[in-house]
Design a protein. Structure first.
Length: 263
């Protein structure tokens, strides 16, 4: 009888050990699979390197490059200066490329690469991501923020407007505008105290309507602010394509003279 009990106990222990080993093996396999996905160059998700710099996937970079190549040589305006964007001036060879960046450490990236057709300007944002809804409500209820007003009537009365941009930005008719800066609230961003992209997206909408058939490409549209403000100032009806975390809007000057919605 005692021998039988011992056998049963041993069998039970073997079953428990086997189950534990199987569970550990399954977790290890799943973890390896996830890690491989994160480092897969063909995935459409944006990754971050060990220094916190964003890494566009091959598909995203190809998507953005194709949009620029379709219009190159063209006038290209970029909010933000990620490492991979250093390639954009060569993609837009013969055209004009201007970067707008607020972080000093990012401005250094273009040292020695600036020429007559490629320029980098340091700008300052006065907003924070935590104010996003308040700024959206302000823009909807103040005529000074109306997209009907145009560039010439932009004033400090519109709290979301970036009135301190370089003169070249206002004088140029842009063919492509990329919004991937400043930092935002959400994964890959700098949190609620960051400037947020409210003003950048709003200004992209204003500048695009001063052009004729301008493409506005917004990154990180999985984040709430980028999504809200893109719908508001670029309009869902103008969304022509997307890839990964990029949305591509085509803004036709004549078809987009519409006022903002009222709360």
């Amino acid at each position: 009888m005692n021998l039988t009990k011992r056998k049963l106990i041993l069998i039970l222990i073997l079953i428990l050990v086997s189950a534990s080993l199987f569970r550990v093996l399954r977790i290890t396999v799943n973890t390896s699979y996830i890690l491989n996905l994160e480092h897969d160059p063909n995935t459409s998700e944006t990754r971050v390197d060990t220094f916190g710099n964003k890494i566009l996937s091959d598909k995203e970079l190809r998507f953005l490059s194709d949009i620029i190549l379709q219009k190159s040589p063209c006038n290209l305006l970029v909010f933000g200066l990620e490492d991979q964007y250093l390639k954009l001036p060569s993609i837009n060879e013969g055209g004009t490329t201007i970067f707008l960046e607020d972080k000093p450490e990012n401005l250094i990236k273009m040292t020695g690469n600036v020429n007559g057709s490629t320029r980098v300007f340091k700008i300052r944002y006065k907003t924070s991501a935590k104010e996003a809804y308040k700024l959206l409500k302000h823009a909807r209820t103040h005529s000074s923020c109306s997209l009907l007003s145009g560039i010439r009537t932009l004033t400090a009365k519109c709290k979301i407007a970036l009135t301190g941009l370089p003169k070249e930005v206002f004088k140029t008719k842009w063919d492509v505008i990329v919004v991937d800066g400043p930092g935002g609230d959400g994964p890959g961003g700098d949190g609620p105290e960051s400037p947020g992209r409210m003003g950048a997206i709003y200004m992209a909408g204003v500048l695009a309507r001063a052009g004729n058939g301008t493409n506005v490409v917004v990154h990180d549209v999985d984040r709430m602010i980028e999504k809200w403000f893109s719908w508001e100032f670029l309009s869902e009806k103008n969304l022509v394509s997307s890839k990964g975390k990029f949305w591509n809007f085509k803004i036709d000057q004549k078809k987009n003279l519409v006022s903002l919605k009222q709360v």
